[in-house]
Design a protein around this ligand. Structure first.
Ligand code: MTE
Ligand code: MO
Length: 602
């Protein structure tokens, strides 16, 4: 499906002419709006995202050295061999008198003098534990779905093909117009949420929306933990936890397990695992999650210059790995070290071998299974609902980040990425091809709507406006990033030329190109962001005229928003009071057709 690529010739810009003023008739704007397509309100998997066919990735691979790739599936047999060897070693060790002394001295748990005071499990803990597990299901499934939209992880912000450290996709093909969307894959729908290829818009509502609930639950948990004094059970208070943890590891590995006394005190290995999960992994999940936000990353350059979005994304993935390993071991041990008693502890607050805890647990499991099975079908049937609820949950935080000074977000020439991914659907119309082949001689940028001076500018006239340059980082919602130098005209210059009226609250950018479901691509931006110093219309990229793939002749840059809002191949700009009657009324093409959010600064 590679579109033919007309060879770009450098446009010769004369910089002395002044913009010609023509009244934009309402017809011209009407014409832009008529090119938009009304969206669907339910999802048909067969026509989803421009009928993108399902695609599976490869087994996960980790790069070793320059270009060798290790298939992580080998870890399964290797892990088994290591486990068997560990059992043999541990059993051998337990024969040694010195090890027996050690195990005697450090039986596995640090019993604090007041341990009996904190014995037992309060009811709130049972609820917290259930809610946490319940919410985690959606967070993990939607997180995996998000990862499949760009199945590669990097340590630098450049996202250069071949330089990723982890992937579950083949190498990037040679095609110079290969898009990130073509590169996306899918996982089975019972794992992914909602389980369709390139359903990241909806996956993100699940992920970010449920994250806020999980975070609230976590805050309540930590507060109650400290108020009740229960914290001493999962925070190490003496160095003795280390030898005790080693002791427990030897005991587990030798298959002669330690005495469980979880009602009063956790064994030290368990304590350390809980401590890491609650006080290290969970906060790290939050911090690395926020590290992927364009608005925050742009604002906090002193952090993001060292700790790039890609490092954040990679660490976020490693945190997921920790949670998966933790959940697996935790559940395994709960069921192999006295299941009924353990379930009574957490689910019934009692310390005996009755079936009460098991019954409560079984009921909670039914709730989890029903939610697990129902989540994807519900999302496909009611995607707008998911979009609305997700936005209600995370929208306020996102809006908070938008009001930032984006100026710190600049980079230097040496930060420019060697490779910039392409994305989106290329314009393939005769109209565009003619414009391109004539080197945009006949191109006119229409700017109108709620402005005092609507204009129609040729490319030369745009180039004649004061020149603005910036080196900034692009964040695609799918997960890749890249730094480029953009040359063009600042949007504040355009504002000076057209003079928006006070009623104008949103600025809509219409594309010459269609979106994947048909109808013009477009997107609406809040007017405040149009006067940010890093909001511009670019006609140059890395000192060359903008290429076909990257949006010739003009594209938008707004550095506090994700890439999908940065319309390429711009046809016209309309200032409006409200976008409710434009297109599907959700603020842009992806917002209408793929249920993205109209403000996405995370
Ligand atoms: N007209 C139009 N503009 C578009 C798109 C598109 O499909 N059509 N895709 C967007 C997306 S998702 C991204 S990430 C960026 C990609 O810009 P690039 O190809 O120059 O890297 O363009 C954005 N602008
Ligand atoms: Mo994107």
């Amino acid at each position: 499906m590679t579109p033919t690529r007309p060879e770009p010739e450098p446009a010769t810009g004369t910089r002395e002419s002044t913009p010609r003023e023509t009244a934009i008739t309402p017809d011209a704007l009407q014409n832009f709006r008529q090119r938009l397509k009304q969206p669907e309100e339910t999802i048909d998997p067969h026509t989803w995202a421009g009928s993108i066919p399902d695609a599976r990735g490869t087994a996960p691979h980790v790069r070793v050295g320059r270009d060798k790739w290790f298939n992580l599936m080998w870890l399964l047999p290797l892990g088994f061999v290591v486990l068997v060897a560990a059992v043999a070693v541990a059993q051998g060790l337990r024969e040694l008198p010195s090890v027996q002394d050690f195990l005697h001295r450090y039986p596995g748990a640090v019993m604090l003098p007041d341990a009996q005071e904190h014995a037992g499990f309060p009811a709130w803990l049972g609820w917290q534990h259930f809610l946490n597990a319940f919410l985690m299901i959606f967070i993990i499934r939607s997180g995996v779905q998000i990862l499949t939209d760009h199945p590669r992880l990097y340590w630098t912000r450049h996202s250069t093909p071949g330089k990723e450290w982890f992937r579950f996709q083949k190498p990037v093909p040679d095609d110079p117009l290969w898009t990130a969307k073509q590169d996306s894959v899918n996982v089975p729908s019972w794992i992914g949420l909602p389980g369709l290829r390139h359903s990241i818009g909806l996956a993100r509502w699940w992920h970010l929306g449920v994250d806020t609930l999980w975070l609230l639950n976590g805050i309540v948990f930590v507060v109650l933990l400290f108020v009740s004094g229960q914290w001493v059970r999962i925070v190490p208070t003496s160095w003795d936890v280390i030898p005790n943890a080693i002791s427990v590891a030897i005991q587990y590995a030798s298959l002669d397990w330690p005495l469980e006394q979880g009602w009063v005190v956790y064994n030290s290995l368990q304590l350390i695992a809980y401590f890491i999960t609650v006080f290290i992994a969970a906060p790290l999940a939050l911090i690395t999650g926020l590290g992927m936000s364009p608005a925050l990353s742009t604002r906090l350059r002193w952090i993001s210059s060292r700790f790039s979005i890609q490092a954040a994304r990679s660490l976020h993935f490693l945190v997921l790995c920790w949670f998966l390993v933790f959940i697996f071991l935790h559940v395994t041990l709960v069921f192999t070290t006295g299941a009924l008693r353990n379930l009574n502890h957490m689910y019934a607050g009692r310390n005996d071998d009755s079936w009460v805890g098991f019954s409560v647990f079984a009921a909670s499991l039914v709730v989890m299974i029903v939610a697990w099975v129902g989540a994807s079908p519900l999302t496909l049937r009611k995607p707008r609902l998911i979009q609305r609820v997700g936005f209600a949950l995370i929208g306020p935080a996102q809006r908070l980040f938008e009001h930032v000074d984006a100026r710190p977000g600049q980079y230097t020439e040496k930060d420019i990425s060697p490779y910039m991914w392409h994305n989106g659907k290329y314009p393939e119309t005769d109209e565009y091809r003619e414009l391109f082949e004539n080197n945009f001689r006949d191109y006119r940028l229409h700017v109108g709507g709620l402005v005092d001076h609507p204009v129609e500018l040729s490319l030369d006239e745009v180039r004649a406006l004061p020149h603005h340059e910036q080196i900034t980082q692009h964040f695609c919602i799918q997960g890749w990033s890249g730094v480029a130098k953009w040359g063009g005209v600042s949007m504040s210059t355009i504002l000076d030329v057209v003079k928006p009226r006070p009623e104008a609250k949103w600025v809509v950018f219409y594309s010459l190109g269609d979106g994947p479901d048909g109808g013009s691509y477009y997107d609406a931006h809040p007017i405040e962001q149009m006067s940010y110093p890093l909001t511009m219309l670019a006609y140059d990229m890395n000192d060359e005229p903008l290429s076909y793939g990257h949006g010739a002749p003009l594209r938008l840059r707004n550095e506090v928003q994700l890439g999908f809002k940065l319309v390429k191949w711009i046809r016209g700009i309309e200032f409006v009071a409200d976008f409710a009657d434009i297109g599907g009324g959700h603020g842009g093409y992806n917002e209408d057709h793929e249920f993205f959010g109209y403000r996405q600064s995370i």
